[in-house]
Design a protein around this ligand. Structure first.
Ligand code: GTP
Ligand code: MG
Length: 449
């Protein structure tokens, strides 16, 4: 496709040494050359770097270095020039202005990447992984995004699509040759095991995706316990800062206090809560309600008990309340002497105050999640919420198809479901993408990307 020439600043505008201005489009070389004093960029080789000056309206704006990428060997597959100017927003804005006066258009957010997609250089999963890479905060998040950038997700989706095509082919043969009566049962015998197998693969991918999601979005970790057991102290110790207020008064924490902890490549979104107990205090009551809500949404619960005391009614209530959750039970205040709670299985003894035993907690946290993560996985790990949603749609459509086939519904009914599965899969890679989807996806990108 031939598009107009766009320009954008690819670096964050602010106080920096260098800004990179990117120009892409059919007239990129001519436009930059018209304001560049140095080599004639329309005649230089691709992938070369040139020193010179940006001159506009007879004044030198900046001393720059330009990099030239000739179509189709560039990010967008178009002619691309990257101009490295000095930092600060003023110079960049002058160069933008100069290029716009030569006919370039200011790029919309994500427009460079959109062009790379529209020109067939990358698929949707790769475009999205660029955004995920920019947003990554941990090593695993980055790893997840880069594996998708390399095309792993696309390849896996294509292999699933091939399997779907297999099924569609059998159905089509049946529709084209309806005169053979025995073909109907024959078709069911052929496609039911194939659909079942596909359902199995997709279920495995979705199970893996759970850990992908955890890597991408972080683990929502809620610290709960009765008042005064040291929840806020534990949060502060984990974060290594005095984030939450700690006092010896029960009911100190009234609202949720949050902090982020990076642990072995994982991101924990820690939430300290108000201690749970019966209370008449209206503010505390609201806090406790929030605790219960946070508990429902938690990926992981750290239940804190005070091991210097016997188990109380409130502790028991919380043990029951969190039973179904992925949880770690902590026996805090280990510095105060022998534990009264050693009968509770897999309790981790530690002291938020002296930090003894904190290591064991970190190991337990990593064990819970890293095992399930991408390291030992041979199946592709989907980390992107949109992809996971589409995968679930695919699964649903296939389950409908299976049901239809098993109930001996007319074969064209089965085909509708199989084709729905095909469409949902195609929407992951962008094979089947609506303009609206493309528009909304790319508008989430930063400017100049
Ligand atoms: N000896 C000892 N004291 C601790 C330890 N952790 C917390 N404390 C003390 O226990 C008291 C309560 O600590 P907090 O962290 O405020 O407890 P909390 O669970 O957040 O309490 P609420 O917010 O009221 O629910 C404070 O006096 C802390 O100094 C510990 O490991 N050892
Ligand atoms: Mg507290």
């Amino acid at each position: 496709m031939i598009f107009d020439t766009i320009v954008g600043v690819s670096t964050a505008i602010g106080y920096s040494a260098i800004n990179v201005i990117r120009v892409s489009g059919i007239e990129a070389f001519e436009m930059v050359s018209s304001i560049f004093k140095g080599k004639d960029l329309t005649t230089v080789l691709t992938h070369t770097v040139h020193y010179g000056h940006i001159v506009f309206q007879d004044a030198i704006i900046d001393e720059v270095v330009v990099t030239v990428f000739k179509a189709p060997r560039s990010f967008t597959t178009e002619n691309v020039v990257e101009i490295s100017v000095h930092g600060g927003s003023y110079i960049a804005s002058l160069v933008l202005e100069a290029l716009i006066s030569k006919g370039a258009r200011l790029a919309e957010p994500g427009e460079f990447t959109r062009r790379a997609y529209l020109n067939g250089r990358i698929d949707l999963t790769q475009a999205e992984s660029i955004m995920d890479m920019i947003n990554a905060k941990t090593r695993l998040q980055l790893q997840l995004a880069t594996s998708s950038l390399s095309g792993d997700v696309r390849k896996r989706m294509e292999s699933l699509q091939t399997e779907l095509l297999d099924i569609i082919a059998i159905i089509e043969v049946n529709i084209d040759y309806p005169e053979y009566d025995d073909v109907v049962t024959m078709t069911n015998e052929l496609i039911i095991p194939k659909i079942k197998q596909l359902i199995q693969s997709i279920q495995t991918i979705l199970e893996k995706a759970d850990s992908g999601k955890v890597i991408r979005d972080g683990i929502k970790t809620v610290i709960v316990g009765k008042p005064n057991v040291g929840k806020s102290s534990l949060l502060n110790t984990l974060l290594n800062e005095d984030k939450a207020i700690v006092t010896d008064i029960s009911g100190t924490t009234r609202d949720l206090v949050e902090g982020e902890l990076r642990l072995g490549g994982l991101l924990l979104r820690l939430i300290d809560t108000a201690g749970v107990r019966e209370t008449e205090d209206i503010v505390e009551k609201i806090g406790i309600d929030k605790t219960k809500k946070a508990l429902e949404q938690a990926d992981l619960v750290i239940l804190v008990l005070d091991q210097s005391r016997e188990l109380s009614k409130e502790d028991e209530l919380l043990l029951t309340l969190t039973q179904e959750k992925k949880r770690i039970i902590v026996g805090n205040k280990a510095d105060l002497g022998p534990s009264h709670l050693s009968n509770i299985s897999s309790i981790i003894s530690l002291s938020a105050k002296t930090k003894q035993g904190m290591n064991a907690l970190e190991v337990a946290l990593q064990d819970l999640f890293i095992h399930a993560s991408m390291h030992e996985s041979t199946e592709v790990v989907l980390g992107n919420t949109r992809h996971i949603g589409k995968m679930q749609e695919t699964l649903q459509a296939l389950q409908d198809a299976l049901h239809a086939a098993q109930s001996h519904l007319p074969i064209d009914m089965v085909e509708i479901d199989v084709k729905n599965a095909w469409t949902a899969l195609g929407e992951i890679t962008g094979d089947v993408a609506t303009d609206q989807l493309i528009q909304s996806l790319f508008s989430k990108f930063c400017l100049g990307k």
